[in-house]
Design a protein around this ligand. Sequence first.
Ligand SMILES: [Zn+2]
Length: 125
Amino acid sequence: MGKSSGMALSLNQNIESEVLLPASTKKFLITNKFLIYFLTNHGSFPCYLHRFKKLGSPLCACGLVGDADHYVFRCPLAAEFHLKEPSDEHRKGWFKNLKYDGQAQSKLIQAYKISSGICDRLTQG
Ligand SMILES: [Zn+2]
């Protein structure tokens, strides 16, 4: 657990109520789901599955710790969908912008589809 995961949790307390605004479209709901994965580190990530003993290791197939940030910013297996990582002090503003940036949201969703596929293979293997 690095300090970025603690950061995500404190962000979560501040932003979750905004993220959970009433939604009128399915697309909005799906995007919200992935944004919440990002904030909470809950989702199809090796790190998360490991915590609940569904995986023997928190490591991604690439050999690094597979948390939510890993796929959005760092995993070589999701490189084509990476977003530019903000510094810790700019993270909250960065996330606010993300909510209005459809292109960045699509990349985040694609990166998490890759992580989900990796988790499927890891849990089967
Ligand atoms: Zn990886």
